[in-house]
Design a protein around this ligand. Structure first.
Ligand code: PBG
Ligand code: ZN
Length: 335
């Protein structure tokens, strides 16, 4: 028998804890599990409609009946929540479709809560999908320039949120980035008797090139200009903390950082500083980049997807919103 050689570096042997899967799992600092995942879904009027989104392989615009099927698949895979976006039949300059009692989101939510009562239904509250011009608020002409009018937009956002709650939404998620919208929405929810409906605020939402594929999916690209007068400048971490503080003061129950992977510093600071349930939205461009590289055989889709989600957990995210939620849930369960 060989006598083991005494270690020259007795205190420096981190590999001791990496010897087996069980040991690695025992000392793992961060955990990723299906119950943290939220799947975004795009609903559009019709029946048996599954319209592929070209820039997002595996993502479809779905009619409400197909949304129920997709949500059932997700729920069965262990994903507890969906985030609903609507693509209305018609758009106008008042975003009427956003707060119509029988609007696409309202219909979809009613059907989902009837068919899958235990699934958490989160609704995205914004106006861009419903506006003919594609902006997240009301457009006002000032001479030759157009502005997004803040306060008049709040009324429409509040009405939209109340109509989602009326339809049965479990959580209201405003993504418009108008100032004061969390307060306006909280008041409208309370006035409507929805005191127990929580608000997940897109609190630090940056103007981002990563939203490109989403605008195809939701048919919500602005027809002129861009969103930089309301979404945040990517260079401003301190301003992000002020935005989050403001939304919490106005009544946000949970806060979101968006996009996710390029904003891990923001996510970390938001969680450290406020400690609220914090969501990270791995947006369309983040998803499509992984899909494109995987389709070319350049990366391992499963490994990279799970590694990216783990990074969000490490940075402090409690809630992970991702188009890859169903695959991720299956992979995490060993599928
Ligand atoms: C609209 C909205 C956008 C996203 C969520 N809500 C697009 C935008 O602001 O232009 C982006 C989501 C994604 O890219 O996956 N308010
Ligand atoms: Zn919008």
């Amino acid at each position: 028998m060989m006598t083991p050689v005494a270690s020259q570096f007795p205190v420096c042997r981190p590999r001791r804890l990496r010897q087996s899967p069980a040991l690695r799992a025992l000392v793992r600092e961060t955990r990723l599990s299906p119950e943290q995942l939220v799947l975004p879904l795009f609903s559009r009027p019709g029946k048996k409609l599954r319209h592929p989104v070209a820039s997002m392989p595996g993502v479809f615009q779905l009619s409400p009946d197909e949304i129920v099927k997709e949500a059932t698949t997700a729920f069965t895979a262990g994903v507890p929540a969906v985030l609903i976006f609507g693509i209305p039949e018609t758009k106008d300059a008042r975003a009427s479709g956003a707060y119509a009692a029988k609007g696409i989101v309202q219909q979809t939510v009613r059907l989902l809560k009837k068919e899958l009562p235990d699934l958490l239904v989160i609704t995205d509250v914004c106006l861009c999908e419903y506006m003919s011009h594609g902006h997240c608020g009301i457009v006002e002409q000032h001479g030759h320039s157009a502005r997004i009018a803040n306060d008049p937009s709040l009324k429409l956002l509040a009405r939209t949120a109340a109509s989602h709650a009326e339809a049965g939404a479990d959580i209201i998620a405003p993504s418009d980035m108008m100032d004061g919208r969390v307060r306006a929405i909280r008041s409208a929810l309370d006035a409507g008797g929805f005191l127990e409906t929580p608000i997940l605020s897109y609190a630090a939402k940056f103007a981002s090139g990563y939203y490109g594929p989403f605008r195809d999916a939701a048919e919500s690209a602005p027809k002129f200009g861009d969103r930089r007068s309301y979404q945040m400048d990517a260079a401003n971490p301190r301003e992000a903390l002020r935005e989050v503080a403001q939304d919490i003061a106005e009544g946000a129950d949970m806060v979101m950082v968006k996009p996710a992977l390029a904003y891990l510093d923001i996510l970390w600071q938001v969680k450290q500083q406020f400690g609220l349930p914090t969501a990270a939205y791995a947006v369309s461009g983040e998803y499509s980049m992984v899909k494109a590289a995987a389709a070319n055989g350049w990366i391992d889709e499963k490994a990279v997807t799970l590694e990216n989600l783990l990074a969000l957990r490490r940075a402090g995210a409690d809630i992970l919103i991702t188009y890859a939620a169903v695959d991720a849930a299956r992979w995490l369960k060993g599928g």
